[in-house]
Design a protein around this ligand. Structure first.
Ligand SMILES: Nc1ncnc2c1ncn2[C@@H]1O[C@H](COP(=O)(O)OP(=O)(O)OP(=O)(O)O)[C@@H](O)[C@H]1O
Ligand SMILES: [Mg+2]
Length: 286
């Protein structure tokens, strides 16, 4: 007997079905979202401010309780679990935040060991695992310092080490680089790339920056007023955006591209006629 799935399409790691979140006061932040996220990739969700990105991400680990719909992660329907089982299931879902959310009163090591201790890991083992996670993010020598003594990029790397300490198969990233300068953003994105490549962790990230999606993601979805208006492989979406919101995002990324800054000189160098050069530039930056 054949199954409905192709043999080469693995079962989705995250399945959202008809998921909605309405806040008191009537704001429908997430509106009937149905989405499958395959294991092993980096999935980006873009949208303007207020589109519902953070709410959608927080619905994946049920930090936000849905008004309706279901969330299934790793074959387990989270929306069907009691609070105790849910706490255990959440250990399989790491999360990092724009503002890092580290404990100021704990050392770097203490921050990273925290989720392990919460999960009942014995102290010595928790320390070992935390040291290991800090080595992975390149902060082995900062273990005894406090978050305030670190730069923003280092703090986010501590956040990543903490999120990975319990070895979850999934990492959720809420605007993880939005508080960082461009160079530090590049370093954190490179680290997330290693988290995906070397540890095989599936990453779901939300952002309002298409550059982040282009740098890191394999597949993406566009969220507009709580709804998914477009989804597909990043390359295809960039090459042929369908929805007006997607087109605006793609245009913003093209305009931010350093290539565009180099184009006028390149056209001049190759002796392209001024009028033709102007119309080429107008077309690619439209
Ligand atoms: N706890 C809450 N109570 C009431 N309304 C909320 C709550 N959280 C979010 N909202 C509303 O839900 C909508 C979506 O918010 P959300 O924070 O998910 O958007 P976002 O896409 O993450 O925006 P940003 O890019 O600014 O972070 C907004 O209209 C917001 O005001
Ligand atoms: Mg947000």
């Amino acid at each position: 007997m054949t199954t409905s799935q192709q043999p080469d399409t693995p079962r989705p790691l995250i399945q959202l079905r008809d998921l909605s979140k309405e806040f008191a006061g009537g704001t429908r932040a997430v509106d009937r979202v149905t989405l499958d996220i395959a294991p092993g990739g980096v999935f980006g969700i873009v949208g303007h401010s207020g589109a519902g990105k953070s709410t959608l991400l927080r619905l994946i680990n049920l930090l936000e309780t849905p008004t309706s719909g279901t969330v299934t992660v790793n074959g387990q329907e989270l929306t069907a679990l009691g609070s105790r089982q849910l706490r255990a299931a959440r250990r399989d879902i790491g999360m990092i935040f724009q503002q890092f959310n580290l404990f100021r009163s704990r050392t770097v090591l203490g921050n990273v060991a925290y989720p392990l201790r919460q999960a009942g890991t014995p102290r010595a083992q928790a320390r070992d695992r935390a040291h290991e996670a800090l080595r992975f993010v390149g902060l082995a020598d900062q273990a005894r310092r406090y978050p305030e003594q670190l730069s923003g990029g280092q703090r986010q790397r501590v956040g990543i080490a903490r999120a990975l300490a319990t070895q979850p198969p999934v990492l959720l990233c809420d605007e993880a680089t939005s508080a960082l300068d461009p160079q530090t953003t590049g370093e954190v994105l490179a680290l997330l790339r290693r988290v995906n490549d070397e540890l095989g962790v599936t990453i779901v990230l939300i952002t309002h920056e298409m550059e982040v999606v282009r740098a890191l993601c394999d597949r993406m979805a566009v969220l507009d007023a709580g709804r998914i208006v477009e989804t597909g492989p990043v390359r295809e979406v960039f090459a042929a955006p369908q929805h007006p919101t997607t087109r605006a995002f793609v245009r913003s990324a093209v305009q931010a591209s350093p290539l565009l800054d180099l184009l006028p000189a390149a056209l001049r160098k190759h002796g392209v006629d001024e009028a033709v050069a102007a119309s080429v530039l107008a077309e690619v930056s439209a």
